[in-house]
Each structure stands twice: as C-alpha cells, then as structure tokens.
Design a protein around this ligand. Structure first.
Ligand SMILES: [Zn+2]
Length: 180
C-alpha cells in the first residue's frame, strides 16, 4: 500500500514511555521486509546498521552494547511476524538485551541494544493489552504490518481501499473464471 508507511526514522531515547512511539518502532521493525517492493533491510549488507543509526539509539550502558548478528535479528523479526500473522510462533531463543531498572523510582524496561529496544516496545504493547492490535495484511503481495486502531479490533487489511478491494476483486475474477 502507499501513503501510510511508517518512517523508520524514529527515535528511541527521547520518550521511552510513549505508546505511539512503541507502535511506530514495532511496525517499522516488522516492516523491515517489504514484500511489495521485494526489499529486506536484514538481507542487504549494511542496511541494518543504517536502520539502527536512523533510530538514534543510545545504549544506556556501554558494556551492554552487544549487537546481535543480523541473522539473529532477522530470526527474531521473522518469529514476530509469524506470531502476528498466524497468532502462533515457535519458541525463539534469540532476543535483544533488555533489563528492568528503577528510573526515578519506576520499574522501567531499559534496552541494551537496538533489538532490545524493539522488543521492549513490543513488551510494553503486550502489557497494555495492545499486542493483538499489531497485524499483518493478509494480501500475499502486501504483508504490511499495521496497527489496528479500531474499537473492536476488527480491521483485517492494511488498507480496505487498496488491499481489501484488490483481493475481493481477484476472488471475484477467480470465481468468474471457474464458472462453467
Ligand atoms: Zn495490504
């Protein structure tokens, strides 16, 4: 779909409690693969580092700067996408570095690496009961991750206007073709 893509240029360290920012970060991470364009940030050399520098990520402690390999990052992303798309995902041992620290007396998830920042954002959405609002468009040529803001969480397509109608039209054409 066009028009509503999330810019991966999102900062992490400015306001870690902001819900919208968590949504943006999680979506940007899930959409590092773009089925429509046939691109994948995590298979093209150097693109992940570019993506991370776009985050303006600042580790809170330098000794914890363990950056997982791109393969690990990709494994986590693909597991997250499978979880979102199918509601099921095999256990995945790979993960980012996240600690809980008391910041100003408040227990706070603190990321030690960029993948940890993404997973901490996803964990906050889960705690707030919003993880099931993160969805992946079922259109085979789209598969774009989006956030379902609808009150009853009923949204299926990234865009009814684009993917919903396109798929309905295709199903109609297929039925018409099969008709004797
Ligand atoms: Zn779509």
């Amino acid at each position: 779909m066009a028009g509503a893509r999330v810019d991966p240029e999102v900062g992490w360290d400015e306001n870690p409690g902001a819900h919208d920012h968590d949504v943006e970060l999680v979506l940007a991470f899930l959409n590092t693969i773009d089925v429509e364009q046939g691109t994948d940030v995590l298979t093209e050399p150097g693109r992940w580092q570019d993506w991370v520098s776009g985050l303006r990520f600042e580790p809170h402690s330098v000794d914890d700067r363990a950056n997982g390999s791109v393969e690990q990052v990709r494994a986590v992303r693909d597991a997250l996408r499978a979880a979102v798309a199918d509601g099921d995902s095999p256990a995945n041992g790979a993960g980012g570095h996240v600690r809980v620290e008391l910041l100003g007396g408040v227990p706070t998830l603190v990321a030690g690496d960029p993948l940890g920042a993404v997973l901490a954002a996803a964990a906050r959405l889960a705690v707030l009961g919003d993880w099931d609002r993160v969805k992946i468009c079922p259109a085979d040529d789209c598969r774009w991750a989006f956030f379902d803001h609808s009150r009853n969480r009923s949204r299926t397509w990234c865009s009814m206007r684009v993917c919903g109608n396109r798929t309905k039209a295709r199903n109609w054409r297929e039925r018409a073709r099969l008709r004797p």
